[in-house]
Write a protein that binds this ligand. Structure first.
Ligand code: ECB
Length: 134
């Protein structure tokens, strides 16, 4: 059985998010607002199909994908850059590679105990976040 990411998850901790945003070219004022947010993720997983809705009081973002199928991602409301994304399993981790203008862009999700982990990567920056079940 694959790891089950289904659920509603609230941000608990976030490390190096501002430098990740800077690597994405997000302006100063937006970074200052963004780092104060406590986003919530609603993850739906059915077989190989996933949706992830990340919401906050300021911006929200929705993505859906099938494991192993490349899709066009628009990052609307985030940095608005388009990229080609693909998500695969690495054992029990979900690994997304976001190919586009930014080098080394992507993310990895995994679960430890009852916590959801997220590593966000862009260029030479890595942001680590932990979410707890709502
Ligand atoms: C959507 C909640 C965060 C809103 C931050 C607000 C403004 C920042 C503007 C641009 C930020 C660029 C990236 C934001 C970082 C996190 C949001 C999406 C993280 C992500 O890639 O989640 C994946 C894995 O769960 C699914 O899209």
């Amino acid at each position: 059985m694959p790891m089950d990411f289904n659920g509603t998850w609230n941000l608990f901790s976030s490390d190096n998010f501002e430098n990740y945003l800077l690597a994405l070219g997000i302006d100063f004022a937006t970074r200052k607002i963004a780092k104060m947010l406590k986003p919530q993720k609603v993850i739906k997983q059915e077989g190989d199909t996933f949706s992830i809705h990340t919401s906050s009081t300021f911006r929200s973002y929705f993505v859906q994908f099938k494991i192993g199928e490349e899709f066009e991602e628009d990052n609307k409301g985030l940095d608005n850059r388009k990229c080609k994304s693909v998500v695969t399993w690495d054992n029990d981790k979900l690994v997304c590679v976001q190919s586009g203008d930014k080098k080394n862009r992507g993310w990895t999700h995994w679960i430890e105990g009852d916590e959801l982990y997220l590593e966000l990567r862009c260029e030479d920056q890595v942001c680590k976040q932990v979410y707890k079940r709502a």
